[in-house]
Ligand binder design. Structure first.
Ligand code: PLP
Length: 363
């Protein structure tokens, strides 16, 4: 079976230095909040061009802590997209605020700025922008709305480290950016991990405290926080992988280019959108006979996946928000037609040809 992402292939290439890095941490005796984590925070800040970075336990916590740092909670509303991983909406409810969804753009699958204004109320405090699948969202238009209504912008860049919007890397474009190092993400650890980035010193100091029980000085607690820290072993692995990230992203883009060259005449492939780069955490096509194609591929030994089959507004967990089918027509239509093909820096030419031939055969 050709997998969606070949994490073993990557590990086999990096095995030696990774074992060495892990061993260094084991010998150091320092496993949480140590020098590796600090070094990674420096390097990620420099990579996304933010002033500060704070290592946390995972991408979901990064989003949760971002909302907390901005004092968002009970009685507040936060605007976001219904076409994303569940965590984006989940954290809004976790802090006690209300998720308010806005439909997506057909070509990018990102939140449609033209539809945001009509959802803003006196309770709206922030917009969580998701750079879905690695494609940068329409930041200038969103920033303009945020300025007009005095809203904060949180970037969910969990799928998009290294993606550029008008030549600037995502994550540091809004007030707070959130990254995930879940193993299958474009920069993945061998366990959970995440990072919050910001240019604001006050938010930085608050986040340092929030991720560690509201404490920056041992046994002195200035607010209620959580326990969400990036461990030293994951930080050491990520430091090593970060060196390869640009090459890995380049390889993803090359794989995507071949898919598009071969398939664009037959089905909907990711559009080229000026100044909104795509780093292809997922390469998604659209086709009416989506389920049949997935079955066909499976029978030929090829994995595929649906991101996301049920939009957030139709999830049982958000039942109380009172949304119904038909509320977000573009999201709902895309959810029935979208299919992600295998993509990773280690997809061989041979396997890619096999996937392309199999899709053409189906059509
Ligand atoms: C992966 C992901 C998250 C959550 O990250 P975890 O590290 O798995 O907690 C949040 N939002 C999006 C869009 C993601 O893809």
């Amino acid at each position: 079976m050709i997998p969606m992402v070949d994490l073993k292939a990557e590990m086999n290439i990096l095995r030696k230095p990774i074992l060495k890095a892990i061993n260094e941490v084991l010998e150091s005796g320092q496993y949480i909040l140590g020098s590796k984590g600090e070094e990674l925070e420096k390097q990620i800040a420099s990579y996304v061009n933010s002033t500060f970075a704070i290592g946390v336990g995972n991408g979901t916590d990064a989003l949760y802590l971002a909302l907390k740092a901005l004092n968002i909670g009970q009685g507040d509303e936060v605007i976001t997209t219904p076409f994303t991983f569940f965590a984006t909406g989940e954290v809004i409810s976790q802090v006690g605020a209300k998720p308010v969804f806005v439909d997506i753009e057909e070509d990018s699958y990102n939140i449609d700025p033209r539809k945001i204004r009509e959802k803003i109320t006196s309770k709206t405090k922030a917009i969580i922008v998701v750079h879905l699948f690695g494609r940068a969202a329409k930041m200038d238009e969103i920033q303009e709305i945020a300025n007009e209504f005095d809203l904060k912008i949180i970037e969910d860049a969990c799928q998009a480290i290294g993606s550029e919007y008008k030549g600037r890397r995502v994550g540091a474009l809004g007030d707070i950016g959130c990254l995930s190092f879940f193993p299958s993400k474009n920069l993945g650890a061998y366990g959970d991990g995440g990072m919050v980035v910001t240019n604001d010193r006050k938010l930085y100091q608050k986040l340092l405290s929030l991720r560690n029980h509201g404490s920056r000085q041992k046994y002195i607690h200035t607010c209620i926080g959580i326990n969400s820290r990036l461990d030293e072993i994951q930080a050491a692995i990520l430091l090593l992988k970060l060196k390869h990230l640009d090459v890995f992203l380049h390889n993803r883009k090359e794989v995507a280019k071949r898919y598009t060259n071969e398939l664009a005449n037959w089905l909907k492939t990711p559009a080229a959108i000026e100044s909104r780069e795509h780093t292809f955490h997922q390469y998604c096509i659209e086709i009416d006979e989506r389920d049949e194609l997935a079955e066909h591929l499976k029978a030929e030994g090829i994995s595929s996946a649906v991101y996301y089959p049920i939009p957030l507004h139709l999830q049982e967990a958000f039942y109380e928000l009172d949304y119904k089918e038909g509320d977000f027509p573009i999201t709902e239509q895309v959810a029935t037609r979208i299919l992600a093909l295998p993509i990773c820096p280690f997809l061989t030419l041979e396997n890619q040809n096999k996937i392309i031939a199999s899709i053409k055969k189906f059509i």
